[in-house]
Design a protein around this ligand. Structure first.
Ligand code: TA6
Length: 316
């Protein structure tokens, strides 16, 4: 090379960006997956905006998904984190939602992927990613619209960090009349052995016991699961007090909430699991517990043009 006195020096190489979260859309635009540089991952089905997988950096699955779960959009997903809206269960005495299917239409509708945003990661250890999904009355087919004729929009955000998984729902009333709704994140947590589980953070909390005539009771101490359990708690400590799932005395999950005042604890046990067609394997009840953050005891009233926001953060 000719040596020229004024030859420009090589530009200092711009330090490479640290590795960034990877987001992919797959399976014919029906699934969105994200992987953090530190290895954690999440997968969301556009059907119901259902989270079907959440793995830690070692690839350990944190959510329970039935072996018979339908992932082709033909029915609500059995497992993961289905989204319940605008009714929890069925509400035959609530005129506006009495015609809706169990747990409403959100978990059985095709959502739109609205996009992703990732944190400005200084390094692989702190990168996070937020995936946004939307559903509005405009997305609903006429049959569903006829069952619940309100003008609404939902924005559902799934945020994965190296420490936790957060899900946030914003409900907006885009119409001119108020409507009432219930909302719940129907989280199926994966555990090793239901017999070794205790749930804390519900002490002194009132709950509706759906397997004992919907009686209202008060929780004394930790919750153990020794049979079919289906309870709607309104935790006495409020949303910021963690509901903790302990296995063999060790905390394996912590759930904190924002503006979701209730927590449902559900395990189908043997007979109910046997009776649920897409619950497989039938002894899978031993490896799951539902800790479901929501506002389901009573109704949320949303005035015209108002919005409601609720969220959960699950750390493992
Ligand atoms: O969240 C508990 C619960 O309401 C149970 O009563 C049981 O019905 C469970 O949801 C599953 O409901 P699904 O409609 O998904 O079969």
């Amino acid at each position: 090379m000719v040596d020229r006195p004024n030859r420009p020096v090589a530009l200092a190489t711009t330090p490479g960006l640290p590795p960034q979260p990877q987001v992919n859309i797959s399976h014919g635009n029906s699934r969105v997956s994200a992987v953090l540089p530190s290895g954690e991952s999440v997968e969301v089905l556009l059907h119901g905006a259902t989270i079907t997988s959440w793995k830690d950096r070692f690839g350990t699955q944190k959510l329970w998904l039935s072996d018979a779960a339908k992932l082709d959009g033909t029915k609500a997903v059995r497992g993961g984190i289905p989204l319940v809206f605008p009714v929890f269960g069925t509400a035959p005495d609530h005129a506006a939602t009495s015609k809706l299917p169990q747990h409403g239409f959100a978990r059985n509708s095709r959502w739109e992927f609205l996009g992703k945003s990732s944190s400005e990661s200084a390094g692989p250890s702190d990168a996070s990613v937020k995936l946004d999904f939307g559903l509005s009355s405009a997305n609903l087919d006429d049959q569903v619209k006829s069952l619940w004729p309100y003008t609404f929009s939902l924005i559902y955000s799934v945020t994965l960090t190296p420490e936790n998984l957060s899900t946030n729902i914003v409900v907006t009333n885009d119409g001119n009349e108020p409507f009432e709704f219930q909302v719940l994140l129907h989280t199926y947590l994966r555990i090793k052995d239901i017999a070794k589980i205790q749930v804390t953070g519900l002490d002194n909390s009132e709950y509706v016991d759906k397997v004992d005539g919907a009686q209202t009771k008060t929780q004394a101490g930790a919750v153990s699961i020794t049979g079919e359990t289906d309870r709607v708690y309104t935790p006495a400590g409020g949303p910021s007090v963690p509901v903790v799932v302990e296995e063999d005395g060790e905390a394996v999950f912590r759930v904190v909430r924002d503006n979701l005042k209730d927590v449902v604890v559900w395990n189908p046990w043997t007979d109910k699991a046997a009776g649920i067609g897409d619950f497989e394997p039938k002894d899978g009840y031993k490896n799951m517990i539902c800790i479901e953050a929501g506002s389901v005891n009573g109704w949320v009233t949303l005035d015209s043009k108002d919005a409601f926001e609720g969220a959960q953060t699950i750390s493992d």
